[in-house]
Design a protein around this ligand. Sequence first.
Ligand code: ZN
Length: 381
Amino acid sequence: MIRVSSQFDSGNIVVLDGSNPGDIQLEISKDNKSDFYQWFYFRVTGAKGELCRFKIVNAGGAAYPSGWENYQAVCSSDGRLWKRIETKYVEGVLEFTCKPDSDAVYIAYFAPYSQERHANLISRMLQTENVRLEVLGKTIDGRDMDLLHIGEPGPSKLNIWTIARQHPGETIAQWWMEGFLTQLIDENSNAAKGLLERAVVHVMPNMNPDGSFRGHLRTNAVGSNLNREWLEPSMKRSPEVYLTREKMYSVGVDFCLNVHGDEALHYNFIAGTEGVPSWNGQRQAKLERFKQLLKIYSPDFQTDYGYPPNKAGAANMSFCSNYIAENFGCPAMTLEMPFKDSAITPEPEFGWSPGRASELGKSCVLAIADFYVEQFGTINN
Ligand code: ZN
């Protein structure tokens, strides 16, 4: 007998009718106290060798319906390798078919990133001498807010921040983190070593552990969109931002990458903070230069497609990158990756994937290192 279930870490699906394998009717649940939904993740058992057709009948009302155009869901039988499966979007219904090769397979919007994997990532990082963990406090559901500090602190050191998964369904951002962190502690990387000579890197691998576990797309446990909470965060509505912002004020921010996934666009791109009041030519030049450097290091990164920049003075200051750029007077950028595939470097079997996001994370370390070498010169040990 075929069963569909989602009562596990990051699971999200409602079964409307699972009686006919050729027509399994499903719905995605909304984020708690919010109207957002798009992330789905479920397990199918008892269907080995049988052609199954799944229909998400409320796909048309999702947060980004254009995210379903030319989109393909992912499927895995071991939780490690996630392959794209045949998917189409017709008249508000997302339909995908697969013939499970195992008694239990998983189907998701994008390769999930579990709480357990997060814990393992933290443990692995802490085996390196110059990495420290600081728990900033607790989320509404009682989870730890883990912040990693990489590099020895010092009075003249730069403070570089990277934060991921304010939007929890953008698991892609935490896959990026794995590459970013791996490159940063690579003893054979002169770029990483040089960067850590002049900077401490503060890393939030997952800004929204509650939303992640609950299988949310955009919000925390009480429906707050963290990426829009930066002007007036509160311990009641958005402790994740409140605690992180406090820490930023205590150590400083000289550079920040705010890492996300974009549902609709087939590209990796960076959105700047052009609309903040203090924007000027010098800041524009730094933004352009960083994007150029990243393009040199990553074949998957491009600068032709992305969000149109905000007009002068039109920035929403509750938005994370804008808030940081303005209040810390530093480069702050939003890095977006596709849920679908990278149109300039397509890989149809996997689409944009955990491995590729991780590679982009590595490239970002190299680009940041170069960015500061260009500004301050090489450090000779
Ligand atoms: Zn996002």
